[in-house]
Design a protein around this ligand. Structure first.
Ligand code: SF4
Length: 303
């Protein structure tokens, strides 16, 4: 089929938009949506330092390249990258190499934060210490906390992630199915600044995963293309599958899910504005109680 924009050979059919696009027009379409998000989510009125969570995978590598494309020439904006090393043998080390290479190419400062240093254990050890647990239930909490800690150490005003439309729609779906409205209210992107919490921004919020992949390929962005060995034990997989089937039957489901989530999130935030947070007695991260969730998990491992 031909591109709906220019008549060249199309590389993709976007069913939710009813459009065939060639590589060039798909790339422009991705860039436009990401740029709109950056404009809407970032308040750039003075100097801003943006820490980018860069795993070396396709999503965060594309987010890094796009932020660099949009902002690197601005003298009032500084980009730094943070890679979290979860301690997963055979998976994170090669991804880390991609992250280092991309930062070298872009001339962006690169930092590494390791679970083994922050929590005393990498994920491979966590899995052997608590074999019954779903690894992601540790890893997700550790990553969120460590990225925030590292972004604060780097004095960042924002923390950018590579979360795409599929990721966000799946999370919204999971929260809804589990009646976890507290998590819905906390999800990024964040417009409000809470002491100790670095507001998160998501340039790829409205870009489907497949288009992120194609964009990386079209633009020649190097990334580590592998799946975490613990991913198949994650509950998210089931939600991913269901959502993909719904999208197949009713194109636009992911966008509709995101739209419903955004309405619900702002209603929740208006109904109960964020409570004042204290600091974790162990690590100093913002928390509701005495211990943050990451330190509570570390204590569980030591029990
Ligand atoms: Fe961590 Fe789970 Fe992601 Fe693997 S799949 S990196 S264990 S959150």
């Amino acid at each position: 089929m031909d591109c709906s924009q220019c008549g060249a050979r199309a590389v993709v059919f976007l069913r939710y938009a009813g459009r065939h696009l060639c590589g060039d027009h798909l790339a422009v379409f991705v860039e436009r949506r990401a740029q709109k998000e950056v404009r809407e989510q970032l308040r750039l009125d003075g100097h801003a330092r943006i820490a980018v969570g860069l795993s070396g995978g396709k999503d965060s590598s594309v987010a890094m390249v796009l932020l660099h494309k949009f902002l690197a020439r601005r003298p009032d904006v500084e980009l730094v990258a943070v890679t979290v090393d979860e301690g997963i043998d055979g998976y994170r080390p090669p991804a880390l190499e991609f992250a280092v290479r991309l930062c070298d190419e872009l001339g962006v400062e690169h930092n590494v934060a390791r679970y083994s240093e922050a929590y005393g254990h990498g994920m491979d050890e966590v899995v052997s210490l608590d074999p019954e647990a779903i690894p992601c239930s540790y890893c997700g909490v550790f990553r969120r906390s460590l990225l925030n800690r590292e972004a604060r150490r780097l004095e960042a005003d924002y923390l950018a992630t590579g979360l795409n439309l599929d990721d966000t729609a799946q999370s919204a779906f999971m929260n809804f199915a589990r009646n976890d409205m507290e998590r819905t209210a906390r999800m990024g992107p964040h417009a409000d600044v809470q002491p100790g919490l670095i507001p998160r921004v998501q340039p790829l919020l409205r870009v489907p995963e497949k288009e992120v992949y194609l964009y990386a390929t079209i633009r020649g962005i190097p990334f580590h293309d592998a799946v975490c060995p613990y991913a198949e034990r994650a509950q998210r997989g089931l939600y991913r599958e269901v959502l993909a089937r719904l999208e197949e039957r009713s194109p636009g489901t992911r966008h509709a899910m995101l739209g419903s989530h955004e309405v619900m999130r702002s209603a929740l935030r208006m109904a109960s504005p964020p409570v004042e947070l204290s600091t974790c007695s162990e690590c100093g991260e913002p928390t509701l109680g005495d211990l943050c969730r990451a330190c509570a998990l570390v204590q569980r491992l030591q029990a």
